[in-house]
Design a protein around this ligand. Structure first.
Ligand SMILES: *Cc1c(COP(=O)(O)O)cnc(C)c1O
Length: 506
């Protein structure tokens, strides 16, 4: 018998293993992957679950009722020695995962920047997982490489940005900003930073990045990673509406030059993370032009609003930018992750990152773009597929109508806050985010902060809505962000009702 098995042909062994799999309840115990019959069966099961979930995400608590460590404690300490039937894996998913998940698809999710997983995007992710393309080189993913360029171009057109810009897709805005600032650092090849680094050199001045005091922490992280250090970031002051003050920027640059510091880049933000304020990019861009400084625009969240003609102004001046980041996974209904980095100087970005080992040279040569040259990661997912699907499924008019409605809902909420005695709004509402607080009479500033922090806890403990918080000029603010495609007026109304109810309770 042993002889017979050893002598079996490959085909016989494969078939035998498949049979064993069947006898074993179908799936998993074999060394082989799931066969197509099983895949169809479980595929339908999974799609049915997704459909049911998206039909009623509010059947879950938006914030799960779990303690740290509770989820992990329900799992074995080691990986299984033998394969398990898929049925059992899926049953454990059902039993454990959704109830320990924060439901970003819940219409009551109004924290941070709410996002949306949409049907076209979810299905595209499935196809992309199946193709399993690693688009490091054009050759290893021609469609992935070219679709990335095509969809990046489409988004430029939708937002009214310069058509000649070059776009690539990264995982997140933090990565895109890191890459943009690495390119800014590479804009002076004569400093030879790429070759000789920064440490231990007396022939390179200290480099400086400028952004507003409201800019995202990803700018600081990039400064850390690029060897500038946190002291390499100057936080420029803002005006009453929390927008970077261009005069203060000019003063900072002039002072630094006098002190022998080299201004490297300015990061302007269109839609800051706390309050969605919009820096005056045109004025900042003029300064950058005059001073020869790289301008990076961070519009990770708000950028898609420029699809609306009445919101085009938000990107005024961005034509002066050397780079810009916008996240289709934030306010363009593409499932996370998908961040577009644009640059008008692709050759500089490529100089910052292109290192081609012998085994990755290809005969296509200079004629093609190899995505591995656009950043740190060699391997790249086929992210453009979901962007393509979503852009086509919604069209410009679909995106515009959802964004317009979400901005209406935010203004409606802001209006309720403005009319209610004892409440106050802490920032303007240019997009779909409202910052506000409850201010009972007779409390000190510190007590008002603590009261609102407690109010937030109570509202979130309801499991019906999830709001977050921020600090605006030092004051604790409740932060409500409308961005989930399933959020309707009734959900916003419910959020307001909960806030008022818990504010009235003692
Ligand atoms: C969300 C956000 C970021 C960070 O985005 P990630 O993609 O999570 O890294 C950066 N800047 C702004 C303005 C943002 O809104």
């Amino acid at each position: 018998m042993a002889e017979r098995a050893e002598g079996a042909t490959m085909a016989e062994r494969v078939e035998g293993a498949a049979m064993a799999e069947r006898a074993d309840g179908g799936l998993g115990a074999s060394r082989l992957d799931m066969d197509s019959e099983a895949f169809r069966h479980w595929g339908r099961e999974v799609i049915d679950r997704v459909a049911a979930y998206l039909e009623r995400p509010e059947s879950w608590r938006v914030l799960p009722d779990v303690r740290p460590g509770e989820f992990a404690a329900a799992l074995p300490a080691t990986a299984p020695a033998e394969g398990e039937p898929f049925e059992r894996i899926l049953a454990d998913y059902d039993r454990l995962v959704p109830r320990a998940t924060t439901h970003w698809n819940h219409p009551g999710f109004m924290a941070y920047f709410a996002v949306s997983a949409t049907g076209a995007g979810i299905l595209a992710e499935t196809l992309s997982a199946a193709l399993n393309v690693n688009a490091m080189l054009w050759r290893t993913g021609p469609a992935a490489t070219e679709l990335e360029q095509v969809t990046a171009g489409w988004v430029l057109g939708l937002l009214g940005l310069p058509e000649a810009w070059d776009g690539t897709i990264n995982d997140t805005a933090s990565t895109s900003t890191l890459y943009a600032l690495a390119a800014a650092r590479e804009a002076w090849p004569e400093l030879e930073i790429r070759e000789r680094g920064l440490a231990g050199r007396s022939d390179v001045p200290r480099l400086r990045i400028y952004c507003s005091e409201e800019a995202h922490s990803s700018v600081d992280k990039a400064a850390v990673a690029l060897g500038l250090g946190l002291e390499g970031v100057t936080r420029v002051s803002t005006d009453d509406e929390l927008r970077m003050d261009p005069a203060a920027l000019e003063r900072a640059i002039a002072g630094d030059r006098k002190a022998g510091v080299m201004p490297m880049a300015v990061v302007a933000t269109v839609g800051t993370t706390s309050t969605t304020s919009v820096d005056p990019v045109a004025a900042i861009g003029e300064i950058c032009r005059r001073e020869g400084i790289w301008l990076h625009v961070d519009t990770a969240y708000a950028g898609p609003a420029a699809v609306l003609p009445e919101m085009r102004w938000i990107l005024d001046g961005c034509e002066l930018a050397d780079s810009l980041v916008v996240n289709p996974h934030k306010w363009m209904f593409v499932p996370i992750d998908c961040s577009l980095l644009y640059t008008s100087k692709p050759e500089v970005l490529e100089r910052a990152f292109s290192i081609v080992p012998a085994y990755l040279t290809t005969s296509e040569g200079q004629g093609v773009k190899n995505l591995m040259d656009q950043g740190i990661s060699l391997g790249r997912r086929f992210r453009a597929l979901k962007l393509w699907f979503v852009l086509r499924a919604f069209g410009a008019s679909g995106i515009a109508s959802v964004l317009r409605e979400q901005m209406r809902l935010a203004r409606l909420f802001a209006d309720w806050v403005d009319r209610e005695a004892g409440f106050e709004r802490l920032a303007a509402v240019p997009f779909s985010v409202v910052n506000f607080r409850h201010r009972p009479p007779g409390l000190t500033d510190g007590e008002v902060d603590a009261w609102n922090a407690a109010l937030l806890e109570r509202v979130n403990a309801s499991g019906e809505v999830f709001l977050s918080h921020t600090r605006i000029r030092g004051r604790f603010a409740l932060h409500l962000a409308i961005g989930n495609i399933r959020t309707e007026e009734k959900h916003v109304r419910r959020a307001w009702q909960l806030v008022k109810t818990f504010a009235a309770a003692d």
